[in-house]
Design a binder for this molecule. Structure first.
Ligand code: SF4
Length: 359
């Protein structure tokens, strides 16, 4: 017997269309979205404003898989790390950060990652599989209800495991599901998509009617170093990435965020900062400097505070807007690049540990 279709993979219009086949009206689709996303109810029997008959038909027709929280760790600073088990037993980690300055959910778009960035253990796993749109949106749904935040305003960052533009269609569909007014109603303006620069997909993103904020993980200022740290750069080079950023359409007050993981004696010199300022000249941008969170298996070190300050100051002196990311949730290994998924909980044959990357 084949598995029932998954209702949470349907956008509201598609759901309304599908429900019409069961004799339901379009407003029923909105009611169902409200139950699932606003009230956190994934059980048709509890959707009490639907008729008994419709509930029975839905029960027979659809499934609403909801990732199970297998581990929930809360940091002294309020950061909460969730380990979520998907339908096939794979696990992803998702994080709630209470004040960045708004409340923010950091979610994954893939299990593992094909990009193999040199400072990220997720990349070493390789890509295990893409998440579906429903699975990406479900991370927000589960965290919002666990924390009783479904009716509140929050931000979403696609900076967990995986490269969102390498799973383009499902990621964009997830953003449409999350934006649905009858659901969580998270405007794309409150979503930031972080990418290492998969250029054909970045060009597609530039055409989207509903566009999230863009963060580009740069990490290096020369082709040679970026090829080493971010191997996808061998295919889509630094100069081409910067050119694509220059062309990227920005609304009036928008800026592109450039993320720069700072690695001791690798990319943290004054010359690097000067080159970075030159590269970004003429692009409405800000730079988010992320001093490395050291972890076993990562062959790089965190720079000293003095070098971090000097790097940021060199940028600021050149009129670059710069912030240094403070590390959150270090006591529960929820800081950027520190989210460990225990190997025993991965599907058989997985590496012993995986790290949630910074995309
Ligand atoms: S940093 Fe992001 S894009 Fe790079 S390997 Fe890690 S998860 Fe993938």
């Amino acid at each position: 017997m084949s598995a029932p279709p998954i209702l949470t993979e349907l956008e509201p219009d598609a759901l309304a269309e599908t429900l019409a086949g069961l004799g339901a009206k379009p407003f029923h689709a909105r009611q169902i979205y409200r139950w699932i996303y606003r009230r956190g109810v994934a059980d048709f029997a509890r959707m009490t404003d639907l008729s008994r008959d419709l509930r029975a038909k839905l029960e027979r027709t659809f499934a609403i898989p909801t990732p199970a929280v297998t581990t929930r760790s809360e940091s002294a600073d309020g950061t909460v790390k969730f380990l979520l088990r998907l339908g096939d037993g794979r696990e992803v980690e998702s994080v709630f950060i209470p004040d960045t300055p708004a409340m923010t959910f950091c979610v994954s778009t893939q299990v593992g990652c094909a990009m193999r960035c040199g400072f990220c253990l997720t990349g070493r796993m390789g890509l295990l599989r893409n998440l579906t749109a429903g699975e990406i949106a479900a991370q927000v749904r589960v965290m919002a209800h666990d924390l009783d935040l479904a009716g509140r305003r929050f931000n979403i960052v696609l900076m967990g495991m995986g490269e969102p533009l390498h799973n383009y269609d499902e990621t964009m569909k997830a953003l449409r599901i999350l934006a649905a007014e009858c659901g969580l109603a998270v405007s794309p303006r409150r979503v930031t998509l972080s990418t290492v620069g998969v250029l054909p997909a970045l060009e597609r993103l530039a055409q989207e009617p509903l566009m999230p904020n863009l963060a580009v993980s740069l990490h290096a200022t020369t082709e040679e170093l970026r090829d080493r740290l971010v191997p996808v750069s061998r295919k889509y080079g630094l100069a081409d990435l910067i050119a694509a950023c220059r062309r990227f359409p920005l609304a009036r007050r928008d800026r592109i965020t450039f993320e720069y993981v700072l690695l001791r004696d690798v990319n943290d010199g004054v010359a690097d900062a000067r080159r970075l300022a030159n590269l970004l000249r003429g692009i409405r941008s800000k730079v988010n400097v992320i001093p490395l969170n050291e972890a076993p298996g990562i062959p790089y070190r965190r720079p000293s505070d003095a070098r971090i300050d000097r790097f940021a100051q060199t940028l600021a002196d050149r009129h670059v807007t710069v912030s240094v990311r403070k590390s959150r949730g270090r006591d529960i290994r929820a800081a950027c690049g520190q989210l460990i998924v225990e190997g025993a909980r991965q599907a058989p044959g997985q590496r012993a540990a995986a790290l949630l990357g910074s995309s």
